[in-house]
Design a protein around this ligand. Structure first.
Ligand SMILES: NC(=O)c1ccc[n+]([C@@H]2O[C@H](COP(=O)([O-])OP(=O)(O)OC[C@H]3O[C@@H](n4cnc5c(N)ncnc54)[C@H](O)[C@@H]3O)[C@@H](O)[C@H]2O)c1
Ligand SMILES: NC(=O)c1ccc[n+]([C@@H]2O[C@H](COP(=O)([O-])OP(=O)(O)OC[C@H]3O[C@@H](n4cnc5c(N)ncnc54)[C@H](O)[C@@H]3O)[C@@H](O)[C@H]2O)c1
Lengths: 196, 196
């Protein structure tokens, strides 16, 4: 969670921030922040605060997030294509390492520098690349089966976009994303209703 | 926020939940939950709890969320198309009411039952439909200008997917979504590092 806050600050170009300012922005107590960061071996400079980039890098390193994590995408339709082509997923921490589809018209085509492969090859690609993250961008009826395929292949975390309830298996966490939930939060904030 | 929790429960098909169970799941104190819900005129049944659907509907009604909110999408490429075709945005609380693009090849084509219009028509459509929410699915260099267009048209909240820093204007809140932040949280949870 600190990383998420720090990332936000980084995207905004903030270079330094005091624990008080962080406390205000992210709704935490500043003493808790200082305590947690000290536990990571990070001590701010009194009156100045913390250096955002250095802090973020240190936390990422501690959490093993400075390696590149392979991501496989199942379902190369509109959403899958958009995600595969996203510049942020071509290098850095998360990198798309395989694209899979069942449509023979798509298998063999090239998207974002990858050749789309049939789902039968998913387990091999996961084994070769050590990818541990999967994205489901298939239609709802195919969601559970595609999740199972990812779980069988050894993927440990799945981001699901299909509007379907996924029966989770031990060892492969899944999170479903629904843009309506995001729109709801956005709508609340802009109506500025201070109701929880 | 309660609505978000309740929505999750609804998606999981949970019909009843006690304040203790809610407290556990959503990291709140159960007395705070009971107190807040009582302020909304909702009182659980001792030993039984709250009826999830009824509670969600009541809160939505209180917050004015039971109306349909119009959403306009700017940028009808892979991502814009996927979002426009999402079944969850065809009816219910949030409904796509207009699609806009600058590519003459796309303007005039039909996507998800809507004819893609040129961005010059955005202000009119927003005025006619009363849409207050916008989604930016344009390339990064076009993001600020597209946000400004939405703000000028009277949209009050924008969801931005372009990897670009948006200079926010008063009256039109903007939230940028980056799938990497979501992947990061997912990766943490599955590594099960209990570090914040
Ligand atoms: N969560 C959200 O907010 C949100 C937003 C937009 C779209 N969606 C959902 O994302 C999914 C993808 O949307 P889209 O517009 O890209 O759809 P699409 O129809 O364009 O693409 C789906 C792709 O999945 C492939 N496919 C089908 N079954 C498969 C299987 N078993 N294994 C691998 N590939 C398979 C198809 O061949 C196709 O290429 C849909 O379920 C859609 O409802 C969710
Ligand atoms: N936030 C994320 O995690 C994430 C994930 C995937 C894609 N993206 C981003 O979403 C955006 C769209 O991705 P995509 O794959 O659909 O791209 P795309 O190139 O397929 O589509 C972009 C569309 O925007 C249109 N467009 C360009 N300038 C415009 C303007 N001024 N007004 C209206 N329309 C305009 C283009 O004609 C095109 O149809 C990109 O910025 C991409 O980087 C973000």
């Amino acid at each position: 969670m600190y990383l998420r806050c720090l990332r936000k600050l980084q995207t905004e170009g903030v270079e330094r921030i005091s624990s008080n300012a962080m406390a205000q922005r992210f709704h935490l107590s500043s003493s808790q922040i200082r305590k947690d960061l000290a536990a990571f071996g990070e001590f701010g400079i009194r009156g100045v605060g913390y250096e955002v980039d250095a802090l973020a890098n240190h936390l990422r390193e501690l959490m093993g997030l400075d390696r590149t994590h392979g991501v496989v995408v199942v379902g190369v339709g509109n959403l899958g294509t958009a995600l595969s082509r996203f510049p942020g997923l071509q290098r850095d921490t998360f990198r798309v390492v395989g694209l899979f589809d069942t449509d023979p018209a798509k298998v063999g085509s090239e998207v974002a520098g990858h050749v789309v492969r049939p789902t039968e090859e998913l387990a091999d690609v996961v084994a070769e690349t050590g990818a541990r993250l999967g994205i489901l961008a298939v239609p709802a009826p195919a969601a559970q089966a595609s999740y199972d395929l990812l779980a069988d292949a050894g993927v440990t975390a799945v981001l699901n976009f299909a509007p379907a309830q996924i029966k989770e298996r031990a060892g492969t966490s899944v999170r479903s994303i629904d843009i309506r939930v995001v729109l709801e939060e956005l709508a609340h904030r802009s109506i500025a209703l201070d109701v929880p």
